[in-house]
Design a protein around this ligand. Structure first.
Ligand code: ZN
Length: 75
């Protein structure tokens, strides 16, 4: 039971965005595909209006390098 609970807990995790916001990511227990991403806690320095607690976060917001206009400036 304990092992199973620990295993299931790995199906969801938290990420911290560059802006400081904490994102809760829930993954499907079988496919392990992240199906839900919501703002769990807003960063103090966040200037993104969409980053309200409970708001959905899209994949490209989690992966800044996926945005072409910032890929150059990051290097
Ligand atoms: Zn933010």
């Amino acid at each position: 039971m304990v092992i199973r609970r620990r295993y299931r807990s790995r199906m969801s995790y938290n990420l911290t965005l560059p802006c400081g916001c904490t994102v809760y990511v829930a993954c499907h227990p079988e496919t392990r595909v992240a199906h839900t991403r919501v703002i769990e806690r807003r960063g103090l320095g966040c200037r993104t209006p969409q980053h309200e607690v409970g708001a959905r976060v899209y994949l490209w917001e989690l992966l800044p390098e996926a945005r072409p206009q910032e890929a150059v400036t990051q290097i």
